[in-house]
Design a protein around this ligand. Sequence first.
Ligand code: URA
Length: 435
Amino acid sequence: MLPQDVILRKRNGDSLSPEEIAFFIGKLARDELSEGQIGAFAMAVWFSGMSRAETVALTLAMRDSGDVLSWPDVGRPVADKHSTGGVGDNVSLMLAPIAAACGLAVPMISGRGLGHTGGTLDKLESIPGYRIMPDEALFRKTVAETGCAIIGQTAALAPADKRLYAVRDVTATVDSVPLITASILSKKLAAGLGSLVLDVKVGNGSFMQSREEAETLARSLVEVANGAGVKTSALLTDMSEPLADAAGNGVEIRNCLAFLRGEKKGTRLERVVLAFAADMLIASGLVCSLEEGSQKAEAVLAGGQAAEHFARMVHFLGGPSDFLERPDAHLAKAPFVIPVKAQQSGYLSGVETRALGMAVIELGGGRVRPEDVIDHRTGFSDIKPLGSFVEKGEPIAMLHAAAEGLGQQVADKVSGLYRISQEKPEEQPVILGRI
Ligand code: URA
């Protein structure tokens, strides 16, 4: 078999066998393919698509291109969550310690910001000393001792995905459902999970803008993950405004601490976090109903155990031992905090969420080029939810900037991203569906 035979068959719209897929991905992982061959394969898949069986084979081949972890001694069900990404989406930061406090082991492999969306790893790097790339021994020890560890994809986990993703990024082949499915799941499955929950975002701050596109991706992810032997379900959740009332890196870590202290009750963020906690607990067999799962999650939040698990994870992975008690001693603050003022009085009825995410990047809170260094201090806090009434000139959010001129310029632009109406808009649900 030659790589070009596999590319030709996919180009012609044939179905590839698991052996052909494993052959091609094996060569990719061993660096035996040219960039041209990888790009041609990705483009052939983009045009011809893949059946579920082919996507399962691609996912498994990519998972098996590196280490596949197992957790024989951890003594708890192993579970994780993945989000397709959004703005102010810091669910993972709270969900991992809540799930751990409820009795799960959560070895979470997270990513960096992509496009306009924030990345969990970038947020965690706001915490001085936090090691997003620990060695395997420390990763295992942290999961065993604290129940959770949120880290990055090491070179040993699904290396074929790393190589393929880099080529897809520059060959206009990112937005292919089978390629996205195999990319996301190969990394997650390499972490040795028993179950997985997926947060597939819908709306103008997500990659999938229409509900139909989001459902297609969710179905593909759920069917392929179950086909690969991991019990998986998905929730479609709204991303037509920032989920948390903060967007950025350090500001979202502060928001996470406030959430763990019980200061974000009754918010859309809380609804999403509790829904995923309940799904994780039910999939792992630790509770019998979603209601019981949600109550259990609320109890560990109210009792402070979730906060304790977060603090222990941070300390095990190199962060300060008193992070929970003294966050201000460790999280740097931007020198300029500037209000984003409402342009008129009325109800906030819409926001260009993607552009808000891009504004975080403009402030230095994300990357324009892969090698860019992030300013973790910047972003937005105190973002008012849609439906809020504002007087003209009242702050819709507070902008955190390293330089006053740029900050004021971005604040003026962001105030124009909000639609303000005289009628109170109907409240939209945050959980849109379940797959
Ligand atoms: N995130 C991934 O990890 N892979 C994709 O292909 C898209 C989003």
